[in-house]
Write a protein that binds this ligand. Sequence first.
Ligand code: ZN
Length: 162
Amino acid sequence: MPPARGKALTVTVLTTDESLPDAAQAAAIIHGVLTHTKQTAWADLVSNSADPGVLSLASSLFLSPEQASLVEAWPGVAYAMRRKDGEAPRVTVAVCVECEEWIAVTSTAPSSCQMIDGCTGKYVKPRDASRKKVPFDEAPVRDDAAIDAGALPSPEESVYLG
Ligand SMILES: [Zn+2]
């Protein structure tokens, strides 16, 4: 049977490099959330979260529970990150692979850890999460309860604001 015509319900999922330290994975996810919702910074996302356009975008982004937990675990990273905005540079983080302390950076990371005395770990910067649209039914992990309730998940539920 051919598929029914009409627009299938799709959601956007993020894929990150799971070999990176948690803070770097969180940064990649946070950047993906900001890109998807067209926000420059997490604070903008929070203050615009009642905007119908932002709400709609946030609701179409599906983080896995693991990704949501990473964002929740690193609020400092969330608030440090910025997408490039006009003359203002992009801010991302560099994470020490040894001690997993992170610093905010606008360009290149220092050559080795500056956060912990005696730590000689190297910094890694996350690559951006890749975004992919998938049919809702094929989203790898999803919160059925939120969708079955017939309501789009709130930004709080879908990206764990605040
Ligand atoms: Zn270190």
